[in-house]
Design a protein around this ligand. Structure first.
Ligand SMILES: Cc1cc2nc3c(=O)[nH]c(=O)nc-3n(C[C@H](O)[C@H](O)[C@H](O)COP(=O)(O)OP(=O)(O)OC[C@H]3O[C@@H](n4cnc5c(N)ncnc54)[C@H](O)[C@@H]3O)c2cc1C
Length: 202
């Protein structure tokens, strides 16, 4: 005997369940209280003739990658995915927000900026490390100092002197901060980290 499944409600979840059950070979009954199917995902005329409005939900950023939707012939029923430049944004407690952008260039530009930041901070760290090895006491650093000179290592202070080395560390800091400009306040943590790297005494 063929089994029958009864689905109450023809919103997107009820319809999805009904499709899965039907595909599994069951007879499916869908009961919908409203005059039309679709639940909160319905659209319809609300204002001027010719305009179709979302009556509830409007944006489905992850719908296009849904394995379930991909298996359905939705295009044959008129589905067209319309893509905004930013698929979604999520506000965070500190007042910043995360944006999910479709444009790979936006992501690539941000990664490039972070790479530039990292290279300048890395160099600044090394210069300050060389300076501290020469100027700080073992108590201040918590480790042996003057090791570079003992080993005859070529360092920034050895080649350029302390003043020029300090100037170059600050120059690296300013390049690093410049790279963070597009991130505005969202990169304040990275700014503080870069400043710490150059101002540190140990
Ligand atoms: C204003 C609004 C905006 C939203 N915006 C988004 C968005 O932008 N993006 C997004 O992903 N999601 C959004 N959502 C959420 C999304 O619409 C829901 O997650 C989705 O509609 C849930 O689907 P569902 O099938 O579970 O329920 P629903 O869509 O609520 O469908 C339930 C259906 O069951 C019917 N029903 C209820 N009780 C009975 C009964 N006893 N007998 C018969 N029928 C019954 C109702 O009439 C309805 O048609 C939004 C929701 C709302 C309300």
């Amino acid at each position: 005997m063929k089994r029958t499944a009864t689905v109450i409600g023809a919103g997107p979840n009820g319809l999805a369940a009904a499709i899965v059950l039907a595909q599994a070979g069951l007879d499916v009954e869908v009961h919908e209280a409203a005059a039309e199917v679709g639940g909160a995902a319905r659209s319809g005329a609300l204002t001027l003739p010719g305009f179709v409005h979302d009556l509830g939900s409007a944006v489905y950023p992850l719908g296009i990658s849904s394995p379930f939707f991909a298996k359905l012939p939705l295009k044959e029923h008129g589905l067209e995915w319309v893509q905004p430049p930013a698929a979604l944004a999520h506000p965070l407690d500190d007042g910043t927000a995360v944006m999910l952008e479709r444009e790979i260039g936006a992501t690539a530009a941000q990664l490039q900026a972070l790479d530039t930041f990292g290279r300048h901070v890395g160099l600044a760290f090394q210069i300050v490390d060389d300076i501290l090895d020469q100027t700080a006491t073992p108590e201040e650093l918590g480790k042996a100092t003057k090791k570079d000179a003992e080993k005859g290592k070529v360092t920034y202070p050895m080649l350029l002197g302390l003043n020029e080395s300090r100037r170059q560390a600050k120059e690296q800091l300013s390049h690093a901060l410049e790279a963070l400009k597009p991130f505005e306040a969202r990169a304040n943590g990275l700014r503080a980290l870069a400043e710490f790297v150059v101002e540190r005494h140990k």
